[in-house]
Design a protein around this ligand. Structure first.
Ligand code: NDP
Ligand code: ZN
Length: 379
């Protein structure tokens, strides 16, 4: 009897201590920031808002390096604010929960992708597409969090994050945790347009740009039974594409390899982060084929598609896609873990010089296929 009482008391204490104190005390955080648009990561200490009743606090274990992080750091998409801690591919462990939290408990794995808040009541939010929130989705970094005192959000190259549980993704306990982070952006951004296009068994699918997003797109399309062709600009990843299940690899810089591909594909996904000719891919679509665009090059280098291209390649559909909503992100993550679909990652130490080197390699096309920072190694 006595033992039982002690056990119950201990359990109650454990449960109580897993609830965060809901006071206004901000939470200290540290990570790596750039202080100007040239890059160069250096240590940075800052604070995050307190754990509210509906929030969870995550100890960040791994953070992926997305090409979008490079676009932000180098101000490719317009002026940015510095210091900036990038990182919107976050996998970690829950260390505190607010008192209304129901989906997470301390010790669970949890992830964060590109956004951490939205209005929750506009048409887009009601259709589970919070990324298109009419009042603006709050981005994981370089965002202004209007629900938390207008704080400037800082990203995942850091030790901890506080997020509303509704914007956190549950990571199954059996997931290969060191590979999960990139699924939260590269995974969902390629999965969502493939689902929107209704890719099915036997479809002919092209994936243009075979990097972080592209190699996820190839894996999802192959898993759905499509016949996949990869387009990239060198020969270096030919073997990798075939190993991942593609039937063909096209080096677009070799005109011979492009011959005979007009009117071939049901769907082409472009993840290209640089200037290119979209009409070249449109011509490769069958009638009623679809061209899904997710790659977002620097504004100064933006590819364009003319009205004439659309008319002369008529009956093909072109659409853009931005990440995916929270519900779809959870669906993608569960699907990926269940089917063993993960990014190929190179894990690096949480050191400024290591992150700088990784950025140079992404720029020079030397990454296979995603750098992931082991945040536990931060000193
Ligand atoms: P990566 O750098 O990992 O991959 C890009 C790949 O495209 C590389 O293999 C690169 O080759 C290849 N490439 C470059 N130029 C061409 C070209 N002209 N034709 C074919 N392939 C080319 O980038 P990510 O996958 O991380 O990101 C890709 C893009 O998607 C970025 O612009 C990013 O900002 C955007 N993005 C968009 C999101 C959205 O919501 N829509 C979300 C996340 C990212 P090489 O390596 O040899 O240079
Ligand atoms: Zn990203």
């Amino acid at each position: 009897m006595k033992t039982k009482l002690i056990l119950t008391t201990a359990l109650t204490l454990m449960t109580m201590s897993s609830f965060a104190q809901t006071n206004d005390e901000r939470i200290p955080a540290k990570g790596f920031a750039v202080y100007e648009e040239k890059g160069n990561f250096r240590p940075y200490e800052f604070t995050r808002h307190a754990v509210g009743d509906n929030d969870i606090q995550i100890e960040i274990l791994y953070a992926g390096i997305c090409h979008s992080d490079l676009h932000h750091v180098f101000a490719d998409w317009g002026a940015e604010e510095y210091p900036m801690v990038p990182g919107h591919e976050i996998a970690g462990r829950v260390v505190a929960v607010g008192k209304n939290v129901t989906r997470f408990k301390v010790g669970d794995y949890a992830g964060i992708g590109c956004m951490v808040g939205s209005c929750r009541h506009c048409d887009a939010c009601e259709q589970d597409m919070e990324q298109y929130c009419e009042e603006g989705a709050i981005m994981t970094y370089h965002g202004i969090d209007r629900y938390n005192g207008n704080e400037h959000t800082q990203g995942g190259y850091s030790d901890t994050y506080v997020v509303a549980e509704d914007f956190a993704i549950k990571i199954p306990a059996n997931a290969e945790i060191e590979k999960v982070a990139p699924l939260l952006c590269a995974g969902i951004t390629s999965y969502s347009p493939i689902m929107q296009a209704g890719v099915k068994r036997g479809d002919k699918v092209g994936v243009a740009g075979f990097g972080g997003l592209g190699h996820m797109g190839v894996q999802y399309a192959v898993a759905l039974g499509a016949e996949v062709t990869v387009f990239d600009i060198t020969d270096e990843k030919r073997e990798d594409a075939l190993r991942m299940g593609a039937v063909r690899y096209v080096n677009v810089n070799n005109p011979e390899e492009l011959k005979g591909l007009d009117r071939t594909f049901d769907f082409i996904l472009s993840t290209i982060p640089a200037k290119y000719e979209p009409v070249m891919y449109m011509k490769m679509l069958k009638l009623d084929g679809q061209f899904g665009i997710v790659g977002l090059p620097a504004f100064r280098n933006m590819p364009s598609l003319s009205v004439a291209d659309l008319v002369f390649q008529g009956s093909r559909k072109v659409f853009g896609s931005q990440i995916g909503g929270i519900k779809e992100t959870q669906e993608m993550l569960d699907y990926s873990v269940e089917h063993g679909i993960y990014p190929e990652v190179e894990i690096i130490k949480a050191e400024g010089a290591e992150i700088d080197k990784a950025y140079r390699n992404v720029q020079d096309g030397k990454v296979k296929f995603r750098y992931v920072i082991d945040m536990k190694t931060m000193k």
